[in-house]
Design a protein around this ligand. Structure first.
Ligand code: F6R
Length: 255
């Protein structure tokens, strides 16, 4: 595999030659987790970054190398408000990219409800559902250009939990590539909080491309500050950064 370990303490950092290798490495982490614990609680993310990993998981499933029969899943976030049938909803994305192609039981899938009327109650219930499931065993994350994880934008409290948030202008611009025009991008989202994410037992965070290099360097080597939400991961005991080499290019330790 064309990936190498840059460091192996606190946060593991693995640097991969290209997006395909990053995706295969990340998929292997999920496959290993499911071999060890077939009824794992998995945490999924949306966005461009994990698409290759989902494709690898589907290939492995088709080969008989993994199955999702006993798994439960929780997604990090969803636009708010948005109808689940909207092709830009994360509900739609997850079904298209993964759930329609594997044997996960749809009743075990949880995605924040972009149509809920009582969003505060919903957020409390989402946290409770995660607790009831026994916590998330393995969570995949992407990272925003501004250092966000899920939709915890810069300035989010390290103690934050699932809630409604306003999206940063930078995030609205970055995500407008999926919409007809920028005015269609929802301005709010429901997101797991940073404290919610920190309770996941194991975390794998992926980044691809030069536009993520600054955020990755700050998250891995900068100070842990709420201005860089991903830097909270420095205080977690089991985090693995799996980086395509351009996304790793601003790390001082490889210089
Ligand atoms: C999506 C999510 C976001 C993305 C981030 C990177 O569920 O939580 O934090 O991971 O915005 O997005 P991409 O992968 O599209 O660059």
């Amino acid at each position: 595999m064309l990936c190498y370990m840059l460091r192996e303490f606190f946060m593991k950092v693995i640097i991969c030659e290209n997006y395909g290798e990053m995706s295969r490495k990340a998929a292997q982490v999920f496959i290993d987790q499911l071999k060890e614990k077939p009824d794992s609680v998995l945490g999924f993310a949306t966005g461009s970054t994990p698409v290759g990993m989902y494709q690898e998981l589907i290939k492995a499933y088709n080969r008989g190398g993994v199955d999702f029969q006993e798994t439960t899943s929780f997604n990090l976030d969803e636009y708010y408000p948005i109808a689940s049938e909207n092709n830009q909803s994360y509900y739609y994305f997850m079904h298209e990219q993964l759930f329609n192609h594997i044997d996960i039981q749809i009743e075990n899938v949880h995605i924040p409800d972009g149509e809920t009327r009582d969003v505060e109650k919903f957020c409390l219930e989402y946290e409770e559902a995660i607790r009831q499931a026994g916590g998330i065993d393995l969570q995949v994350l992407g990272i925003g250009r501004n250092g966000h994880i899920a939709f915890n934008e810069p300035g989010s409290s390290f103690d934050s939990r699932t809630r409604v948030v306003d999206l940063d202008q930078d995030t609205i611009e970055a995500n407008s590539r999926f919409f007809k025009n920028i005015s269609e991008v929802p301005r709010q989202a429901i997101t797991m909080g940073l404290a919610t994410i920190m309770e996941c037992k194991k975390i794998v965070i992926l980044a691809n491309g030069k536009s993520k290099a600054e955020a990755v360097a700050k998250a891995v080597e900068g100070e842990a500050t709420e201005e860089v939400p991903a830097s909270t991961l420095q205080r977690h005991g089991d985090v693995m950064f799996v980086l395509e080499k351009e996304a790793a290019s601003k790390l001082k330790s490889i210089g």
